[in-house]
Design a binder for this molecule. Structure first.
Ligand code: CA
Length: 270
């Protein structure tokens, strides 16, 4: 995503640390080709500091894993999950190649799940291959369906629309459980819906704010997937994906718009 605000009081302590890297010594201690990648890497600026200059990634990270029971702010869906910060985009945009590099890093360094709150309407062979590579290493890809109100069955948005069984595609639901007006959908290509309207989470500078989008829905599902992984550590991405679909809370308003015809239901899933 756009990185993470490590200093946010609801995110500090939730960030993955690379055990092989010594902070800020200007060396590639673990010989992975990247210098000082202590908490992930900034593939956008190509340095060891994936701090967030935009706010999007920090909001997404909070939904997944903000600290619970600390008396402030919000709690993530999976507050015992660790966030590996892989900055692929900046406030000035970015390149798909950097997101692909980030996914490679995630798989290489043992992340179980990656959240992809971005989409593009053009299929790229390199992204296809990297998603399949991730699947070969039992890595689950959670992807936002995108925000153009389109049917992804007809106009695929990637990576959400890849038909691989390690990819789960997420639409946004509003507070009534209906599909958000901006959300893409797809009876065969969008798996579940999750909350994506008026989502309160962490913002830059230690603050909190609401955002809308399938970008906000996907990390709810990534969080539920992390909880499932924690109670079923040997479950494959395919199994986790199917559990998320099978346990979704049925909603007539989502039938025909998603594979599951429902909204992700963490209690039922567990
Ligand atoms: Ca390194």
């Amino acid at each position: 995503d756009s990185g993470v605000d490590f200093s946010h009081p609801d995110l500090a302590g939730q960030i993955w640390t690379n055990p092989g890297e010594v902070p800020n010594n200007g060396l590639d201690d673990d010989n992975n080709g990247l210098i000082d990648d202590v908490h992930g890497f900034d593939f956008h600026n190509w340095d060891g500091d994936p701090s967030d200059d935009d706010g999007h990634g920090t909001h997404v990270a909070g939904t997944i894993a903000a600290v619970a029971n600390n008396g402030i702010g919000v709690a993530g869906v999976a507050p015992n999950a660790q966030i590996m910060a892989l900055k692929a985009f900046g406030s000035d945009g970015g390149y798909l190649s950097r997101a692909i590099a980030g996914l490679f890093y995630a798989v290489w360094h043992g992340a179980d799940i990656s959240n992809h709150s971005y989409a593009l309407y053009e299929d790229a062979a390199e992204l296809t291959e990297m998603i399949q590579f991730a699947g070969a290493f039992d890595h689950l890809v959670v992807a936002a369906a995108s925000n153009e109100g389109l049917n992804n069955d007809n106009s695929p948005a990637y990576p959400a629309s890849y038909p691989f069984d390690n990819v789960i595609s997420v639409a946004a639901a509003d507070q009534s459980g209906n599909l958000a007006g901006f959300s893409n959908y797809g009876a065969s290509s969008v798996d579940v819906a999750a909350p994506g309207v008026g989502i309160l989470s962490t913002t830059l500078g230690g603050g909190y704010g609401t955002m809308n989008g399938t970008s906000m829905a996907a990390p709810h599902v990534a969080g539920v997937a992390a909880l499932l992984r924690s109670v079923a550590p040997t479950a494959s991405p395919s199994t986790i994906r199917q559990m998320l679909i099978d346990s979704a809370q049925p909603n007539a308003a989502l039938v025909g718009l998603t594979v599951s015809g429902g909204t992700v239901d963490v209690f039922e899933a567990i």
